[in-house]
Write a new protein. Structure first.
Length: 327
């Protein structure tokens, strides 16, 4: 190597070191008690009270981007999962499945071709609200179901397909954050400048009136970690008496091996990167979701669901990971 090349190499190395030193240290000073609690409970899969890698349903479909909730009436399967699978038609299909043990799942209904990234919430009146990303013209679709039987049969009582107002290219990956009377509060992403996914918040009133706005504060918290790629799927829960938002951030766009999971504190506007440890040492984690449940053993537990891309997966760990830790 010539002297000029050595000088250039040293300068590049110094620049990289300086960049890294300017990035926030993961959990050096936790953003909140809730983000710290999540890191303690969920950071090490090997300490979980139950887990499964490469989750599939009883038909063999992969349960990618699975979000799991506990059925409000406990009937016909204690747990509900909504998820998507890429099928032979070259399109994503969202589905709902039931389980009694969180490890074995029976698919109950396919919501059709072109549905992906589903999210589910109980409406507090015995019914459920489902939202997912719908193509073509990627947008957020919302469906309301009168009860569990209607959900499992796919009989929607209410339907709404949201207009794209923040991006002319794509809006999707919804998460339902609250149901207040006839108002549904959601988060999602939009394709900013038709280039990179960024965050949005939205409200749907009476299945007729939609309003969405960018969430720049959340974007900035994840960008602070050097993420120049997509900022996508997220979920919200309460731990240690405080809200926490789990969110995926991508260091480099189109690099599926560069996804990481973060825990964001809405009060301070700061986030912690969650260093996750799996049995085999996987390094990339996407589509985070979590909820508090009663586990199959009857204990209160934190349930976590993550997608491990093949590009960052240890042998046998690619696909959907589900695990829980008793509280």
């Amino acid at each position: 190597m010539t002297a000029a090349r050595l000088t250039a190499f040293a300068a590049a190395a110094l620049a990289a070191v300086l960049l890294l030193t300017q990035l926030p240290a993961a959990s050096a000073h936790p953003a909140s008690a809730a983000t710290a609690r999540f890191a303690t409970l969920a950071g090490d899969v090997t300490r979980a009270d139950g887990h499964r890698y490469a989750l599939t349903d009883d038909t063999g479909r992969t349960m990618d981007a699975a979000q799991i909730v506990q059925a409000t009436d406990g009937a016909d399967g204690t747990y509900l999962a909504v998820y998507h699978t890429m099928l032979a038609d070259g399109r994503f299909h969202s589905a709902v499945a039931t389980s009694a043990d969180l490890l074995h799942w029976q698919r109950r209904h396919d919501f059709g071709a072109g549905s992906s990234q589903p999210t589910l919430a109980a409406d507090g009146r015995g019914g459920y609200v489902l939202a997912y990303e719908k193509d073509p013209r990627n947008h957020i679709a919302v469906r309301g179901y009168a009860d569990l039987d209607a959900l499992l049969a796919g009989r929607a009582a209410h339907r709404f397909d949201a207009p794209r107002t923040l991006s002319s290219c794509a809006e999707g990956t919804p998460a339902i954050t609250a149901l207040r009377g006839d108002t549904i509060e959601l988060t999602g992403h939009y394709r900013a400048d038709c280039d990179t996914d960024r965050q949005l918040t939205a409200t749907l009133r009476d299945f007729t009136t939609w309003h969405a706005t960018p969430d720049h504060r959340l974007d900035e918290a994840i960008e602070d970690y050097g993420n120049s790629g997509n900022i996508g799927d997220r979920d919200r829960l309460r731990l240690a008496g405080e809200p926490v938002v789990l969110i995926e951030g991508q260091r480099w766009r189109d690099d599926f091996g560069s996804w990481s999971t973060y825990a964001y504190d809405p009060a301070s506007g700061r986030a912690d990167r969650i260093p996750l440890r799996t049995s085999g040492g996987s390094t990339s984690f996407a589509n985070p979701s979590a909820t508090l449940i009663t586990d199959p053993g009857g204990h209160r537990a934190l349930l976590v669901s993550l997608f491990i891309p093949a590009e960052g997966a240890a042998p046998g760990e690619a696909g959907q990971l589900v695990y829980w830790r008793e509280l």
